[in-house]
Write a protein that binds this ligand. Structure first.
Ligand SMILES: N[C@@H](CCC(=O)N[C@@H](CS)C(=O)NCC(=O)O)C(=O)O
Length: 283
């Protein structure tokens, strides 16, 4: 049992003290969801191996009494296994599988383009002693200078919000990905936006993005866990002429979004798809 209800978390921080790593963010939420107080061990990118006594090169790492657990997913599973009487994070194995799918999609859709749009900010906001390591490792990863990768982001940022529409549609219908209450799927998805907020000196989403409701509620959880003063606002992206619509203003239509409760529920759609379209080819 965690002594005094506290669990130690090795953080990965920027110079402001704000957490940068999405994996650490997910772990902070997991610990708070389980009702633990978090004892933060501060630090940045360099010196992780030394800080953790040679146990890990990556963060998060937690220490519960004298038990060390590495890796955000393993930590969530450990917490559910060790503390089954506390609120469940994962609950059913399918939650893990679906959360991994959602996260994989979010990384491809949002993290990858945003990484390229914010990588110089990411380095500049890191602790001064981390600048050289972040520059060298991320330039190796990307194969180009960070300044070159980030250059021209004004023309790329507006491409991302429209691709987040499936997440918006889900959150139009459900208060949380966990249903009535947030679960670990919410924390994994929120962590993508928490990471973005930690590094985005210019906002990635428009002020009226419907994701804002879920994001604000998520950032406010557990006494405003996501509201570190070092965070940047996610909202305020200015669109330029020719940019795509950032999100759909129409309610979702069609088989995915509607429930078939008999002909009355599908009549309008049937009429619409049978109505001849002006200019349509006649076969
Ligand atoms: N599978 C690990 C991934 C952890 C990971 O890659 N953490 C990154 C931060 S996002 C890290 O520690 N990076 C240190 C570095 O870049 O040197 C988990 O889920 O915890």
């Amino acid at each position: 049992m965690a002594k005094n209800n506290r669990i130690r978390l090795y953080d990965l921080q920027l110079a402001s003290g704000c957490t940068i790593s999405p994996f650490v963010w997910a772990t902070k939420y997991a610990l708070a969801h389980k009702g633990f107080e978090i004892e933060i061990v501060p630090g940045g990118f360099t010196g992780i191996l030394e800080r953790t006594g040679g146990r890990s090169e990556r963060l998060p790492v937690i220490v519960d009494e004298d038990e060390w657990v590495l890796d955000s997913w393993l930590i969530a599973e450990y917490l559910d296994r060790k503390y089954p009487e506390r609120p469940t994070l994962i609950g059913h194995p399918s939650v893990k599988v679906l959360a991994e799918f959602l996260e994989g999609w979010l990384w491809r859709t949002a993290v990858t383009p945003w990484f390229g749009c914010y990588i110089q900010d990411y380095r500049d906001l890191s602790l001064p002693q981390d600048h050289e390591y972040v520059t060298r490792s991320r330039e190796n990863m990307l194969g180009r200078r960070l300044e070159e990768v980030q250059a021209g982001r004004e023309g790329r940022l507006a491409q991302v919000p429209p691709s987040l529409e499936p997440l918006r549609q889900l959150l139009r219908e459900h208060r949380w990905l966990g249903g009535d209450k947030p679960n670990y799927a919410d924390y994994r998805a929120l962590s993508v936006f928490l990471w973005t907020g930690s590094v985005a000196k210019t906002p990635p989403l428009t002020a009226d993005d419907p994701l804002r409701d879920w994001l604000d509620r998520g950032f406010d959880l557990y006494g405003g866990l996501g509201r570190h003063p070092g965070m940047h606002s996610l909202f305020g992206l200015e669109l330029r002429p020719g940019d795509p619509e950032p999100f759909s203003r129409e309610p979702a239509r069609g088989g995915l979004a509607t429930r078939n409760t008999g002909p009355a529920s599908t009549r309008a759609e049937t009429e619409r798809i049978l109505r001849p379209q002006a200019g349509a080819a006649v076969r």
